[in-house]
Write a protein that binds this ligand. Structure first.
Ligand code: DGL
Length: 288
């Protein structure tokens, strides 16, 4: 199965929008904040809405059928609430599974976030690349297909981290996250063979760059960490066009599907990222 994830439905740019566009950035939780920052930098004039399906977080351990139906249901609600001109799916776990279904259901253009395997293959010198992702993304045919297509000459280690996205959320919420817990999640990325050792790690979950400074401090040896967020923002600009003016559009509106973990420390962290208010649109996850 091959589908063009990073581009819009048609890779062609949209007809120019003369008014302030509305861009919806959607993730299962707080990881999309790493993409939000790049989206705001690229289109400071856009009205940006951040949406988190925190009621169903984490998506990485959910069965594919559950993720598929959940994302379509939440997106239906978000479309009705915010009427975006473009949607950024700021989540690898979602993108590698649900993007074709979203494009089939909704007329709005979608930009996805996929494991940055192509740039990693271009950057490695040792030929040893690791892909740090959720267990869901590691299992996807799409991820394997990217490796076959772009990293044929590399030895790629897929690391499905079971708790790292939750650790990133805990850290942002002001809870203590010991180095040892983070190291246990990232350690399998560091592979040493007689021929050399891993020199590039793909951050294939949008939550993971939230802890980048910690990885750099505790990693067994220095590596290049690849974050796809700037490339995602560039794709958005390709489709939507550049800023209409220099005036910032003001605070980011946010919609969460639970809001249960909104600690004061998290509200402060959201404020620092431009989110002043969070509206809760309660959508509990019901597993049959
Ligand atoms: N932020 C999501 C991603 O990029 C994953 C987090 C989750 O497991 O829900 O894959």
């Amino acid at each position: 199965m091959r589908f063009d994830l990073m581009a819009g439905t048609a890779a062609a740019p949209l007809a120019p929008i003369a008014r302030t566009p509305v861009v919806l950035v959607f993730d299962s939780g707080l990881g999309g904040l790493t993409v939000l920052a790049e989206v705001r930098r690229a289109r400071p004039d856009a009205r940006v809405v951040y949406a988190a399906d925190d009621a169903a977080f984490p998506y990485g351990g959910l069965p594919e059928a559950v993720v598929l139906s959940r994302v379509l249901a939440v997106m239906e609600r978000l479309m009705a609430l915010h009427a975006p001109d473009l949607v950024v799916i700021a989540c690898n776990t979602m993108t590698t599974l649900v993007l074709p279904a979203l494009r089939a259901r909704f007329a709005v253009p979608f930009v996805g976030t996929v494991p940055a395997i192509k740039p990693a293959a271009a950057a490695t010198r040792s030929g040893l690349v690791s892909v740090l992702a959720t267990p869901g993304t590691v299992r996807r045919d799409y991820t394997r297909d990217l490796i076959d297509t772009y990293a044929g000459g590399c030895a790629v280690t897929l690391v499905g981290a079971t708790g790292l996205a939750s650790l990133a959320e805990a850290d942002l919420s002001g809870l203590p996250v010991p180095d040892a817990a983070i190291l246990a999640e990232i350690a399998p990325c560091f592979v040493e063979t007689p021929a050399g050792r891993t020199d590039v790690v793909v951050l294939a979950c949008t939550h993971y760059p939230l802890l980048l400074a910690r990885y750099a401090r505790i990693a067994p040896w220095p590596v290049t960490w690849i974050d796809p967020a700037p490339a995602v923002a560039r794709r958005m600009v390709h489709l939507l066009g550049g800023p209409l003016h220099d005036e910032p559009a003001g605070p980011v509106a946010a919609t969460f599907t639970s809001g249960a973990r909104l600690t004061p420390a998290l509200r402060t962290a959201l404020g620092e990222r431009g989110i002043a208010e969070v509206a809760v649109e309660a959508m509990p996850l019901v597993l049959q």
